[in-house]
Design a binder for this molecule. Structure first.
Ligand SMILES: C[S@@+](CC[C@H](N)C(=O)[O-])C[C@H]1O[C@@H](n2cnc3c(N)ncnc32)[C@H](O)[C@@H]1O
Length: 303
């Protein structure tokens, strides 16, 4: 018997022996029902999205479907595997480095004055998009064919490499990172994966790029993955809305189960009437803006 099943059966027997029929049913039903309910929700969401005529919505639907049905072509699979290989190499790199961020990370608001901080860490301590989630960024970039993508939170360049890997035309990624040594390592990531010509890493704080009236980076896709604080996220959303081109798609990372603040921020953003269509995946909140969709719709597609 498979080990998981064996464990479930043993546990079920124990519960029965203890007379806990209610808990047994709840547990068994929950375990069985969850994947079925998710699959149902995904299929229903995808088929409703597929009926839309709006090009941004159709592109989002194709990207979600490609990930759900694992519809990547062989050469795309090898591109995705190369990004994952780089992530794994960095995750195994125990080199000590000094992390210096002159600005807030997950705490603090955008208008505060930051001394910045320095920590001794290892390269392996930095996060990077995992293969469960990166391919959706790749597929969105491929399907939306954006002139410009704006990423906030480069880190070591893994999510950026997924995004740039999906480019098929003269698409460009501007990615913003406030921390060292991430900026330098991210540039190496892009060079190693052959996407440097399509990417610019800007060493800056999000608030200086978005809120301080600097050079305005307009975009067709934005990916916000850093400074995971409720108020800051809402403030960045306001700024991103102003910079969004028609039919732009903004992807918010870590809005499902990361923290109460982030879950709440996404609920507020998704409910905003300016968000014409929202899709909540297992991890991301996807907002379609300025696309001319007549009736606001909100979907849950847990891929
Ligand atoms: C979760 S990591 C990004 C991971 C990356 N997107 C990936 O998936 O490969 C967040 C990054 O945002 C940076 N960051 C956080 N707050 C920032 C801010 N206010 N300005 C600039 N960078 C910031 C951190 O230094 C960190 O490298």
């Amino acid at each position: 018997m498979l080990p998981d099943l064996q464990r479930d059966v043993t546990r079920a027997r124990e519960l029965l022996e203890d007379g806990e029929y209610g808990r047994l049913l709840e547990g068994a039903a929950g375990r069985l029902a969850r994947p079925v309910a998710d699959e149902y929700q995904i299929r229903r969401g995808l088929s409703e999205l597929a009926r839309a005529r709006n090009p941004s919505v159709r592109a989002v639907e194709r990207a979600l479907r490609c990930v759900h049905e694992d519809g990547f072509l062989p050469y795309e699979r090898s591109q995705l595997a190369a990004v994952e290989k780089r992530r794994q190499a960095l995750a195994a790199d125990e080199t000590p480095v000094e992390y210096h961020l002159h600005g807030p990370s997950d705490e603090g608001l955008t208008e505060e004055v930051y001394e910045g901080y320095r920590h001794e860490v290892r390269v392996s301590d930095f996060p990077g998009a995992k293969p469960e989630y990166g391919p959706l960024l790749y597929a969105l970039a491929r399907e939306l064919d954006p002139d410009r993508v704006l990423e906030l939170g480069t880190c070591l360049g893994i999510s950026g490499a997924y995004i740039a890997g999906g480019f098929r035309n003269d698409n460009r990624l501007l990615t913003v990172e406030g921390g060292e040594p991430q900026v330098g390592i991210a540039r190496e990531t892009f060079a190693e994966l052959g996407v440097s010509d399509h990417t610019t890493v800007r060493h800056d704080r999000f608030q200086d790029v978005l809120l301080e009236g600097g050079e305005s980076p307009r975009f067709e896709i934005a990916f916000l993955d850093g400074h995971h604080n409720r108020e800051a996220t809402l403030e960045y959303f306001e700024a991103l809305y102003e910079l969004a081109e028609s039919g732009a798609v903004v992807v918010f990372d870590d809005v499902v189960g990361y923290s109460e603040g982030m879950d709440g921020a996404w609920r507020t953003i998704a409910a905003d009437p300016r968000v014409e269509l929202s899709v909540t995946t297992e991890r991301y909140g996807i907002a379609v803006l300025k696309a001319g969709i007549p009736e606001k719709r909100d979907f849950s597609v847990p891929v």
